[in-house]
Design a protein around this ligand. Structure first.
Ligand SMILES: Cc1ncc(COP(=O)(O)O)c(C=O)c1O
Length: 394
């Protein structure tokens, strides 16, 4: 039976050579590779500072700290994402304020973000409505709205301009979760340059990988120096190894991972281009197919940084049955993402239930991630699409 991979890293001799170079030096951590990787990233994104960290989640955590988010503070974010984009708020005992998503782009709905911010700041009588159910009867237990944290879901930028306006009006920070979106562009501006700080993630299914790893990017010099200190056990830039000026973490990215990342950055256009080609093959074959919809790209998206290829199944289609049939034919697929507010942890902490964010829930019920990576071949895409067509009654 044919077996199609779900995704995979794209590794060449270039990556292997650079990693071998690291192994022949004395520096396996905090050497020259991290600096070169950071410079490559800053130059690609077009920002002043890039700070490598041990994961996208670690980067989000540090961005939340830099934004001044403290216990009980509020941050507006999306319920349709990977769980880390909300968990990073819980690390600081802050409260995620979920607002629903746009049914077409699957990104956070900017109109709802603006409404939520205005109500939470200016209309105390309406504010309650935006709080998690378990806090609605004790609104005095909540702190201040401090930030907006949009996610560029599946590599398509969120519509950030209206959110940035509201952030500026109320003095809120804007953190972009760009973990899935390296290379993406919003109105010809790169993901990573759209807020106060952004985070990229490099897990092996991402556009570029470091194994585990992430990168914070920002133009804010103070934040950049804070990120360097926080990732390194709260050391300052005096260089003293056993001198700790704040509570920090070990969120450093090692030299082997940085070498892998640097080699991948040197191939970034090739890697993005290969993924664009695979997405185009899927689009050609699946557009107009009965029982599904292909990803909808907003006119504001001038480039998708293709992370995954996610279709939406029509309401009458039994997704579990489709997954099962594909699996039997050697094609892995994933119901991607389940809504965050319905995860057991979030139900328990905040009292969320089905129906709280109907658009996100409906999207979460219908999405299916197909095999996707740059080295997927055209015959493999053909096989996936033909099998899907047969299963959907074609
Ligand atoms: C939207 C989003 N945020 C955050 C993360 C966390 O990144 P990491 O797995 O590198 O911690 C991911 C990773 O999959 C993600 O997709």
């Amino acid at each position: 039976m044919k077996q199609v991979p779900l995704s995979g890293p794209d590794i060449t001799e270039k990556e292997i050579d650079l990693i071998n170079q690291v192994l022949s030096t004395r520096y396996l951590s905090m050497g020259p590779m991290i600096q070169r990787f950071e410079e490559a990233m800053a130059s690609h994104v077009g920002c002043d500072h890039a700070i490598g960290v041990s994961s996208g989640t670690a980067g989000l955590h540090l961005a939340v700290i830099a934004a001044g988010v403290e216990e009980a503070d509020l941050v507006i974010t999306t319920p349709f994402s990977f769980v880390a984009s909300a968990n990073c708020l819980l690390y600081e005992r802050a409260i995620p304020i979920f607002v629903d998503v746009d049914a077409l782009t699957l990104n956070i709905d900017p109109a709802l973000v603006c409404q939520a911010a205005a109500d939470l700041i200016e209309h105390p009588e309406q504010a309650r409505h935006w709080l998690p159910p378990s806090l609605r009867d004790s609104p005095t237990d909540v702190g201040d709205l401090k930030a907006i944290l949009p996610v560029h879901v599946f590599g398509q930028p969120a519509d950030v301009d209206p959110m940035m306006d509201v952030a500026q009006r109320y003095g809120l920070a804007m953190i972009e979760d760009a973990c899935e979106a390296i290379g993406a562009e919003y109105q010809h501006r790169k993901a990573g340059t759209l807020g106060d700080a952004a985070v990229f993630g490099f897990y092996p299914n991402k556009q570029i990988t470091t194994g585990e790893g992430g990168m914070l990017v920002t133009d804010n010099e103070e934040w950049a120096s804070l990120f360097r200190s926080l990732r390194n056990q709260g050391r300052d830039d005096s260089g003293a190894w056993l001198h700790h000026v704040r509570l920090g973490y070990n969120y450093r990215l090692d030299e082997l991972s940085a070498a892998l990342g640097l080699a991948q950055m040197e191939r970034i256009e090739e890697l993005l281009g290969k993924r664009e080609r695979v997405a185009a093959w899927y689009n050609q074959r699946l557009e107009g197919m009965e029982g599904l919809e292909i990803p909808m790209i907003s006119p504001l998206t001038t480039r998708v940084g293709w992370f995954v290829y996610v279709i939406r199944l029509a309401p009458h289609v039994d997704r579990e049955a489709v997954i099962e049939t594909l699996d039997q034919r050697g094609i892995p697929s994933r119901p991607y993402f389940p809504a965050i507010h319905l995860q057991p942890l979030y139900r328990e902490m905040f009292g969320y239930r089905e129906g709280d964010f109907p658009v996100a829930e409906e999207v979460a019920r219908s999405t299916l991630a197909l095999p996707f990576w740059g080295n997927l071949t055209e015959p493999e895409v053909d096989y996936v699409c033909t099998t899907l067509h047969q299963e959907l009654g074609g």
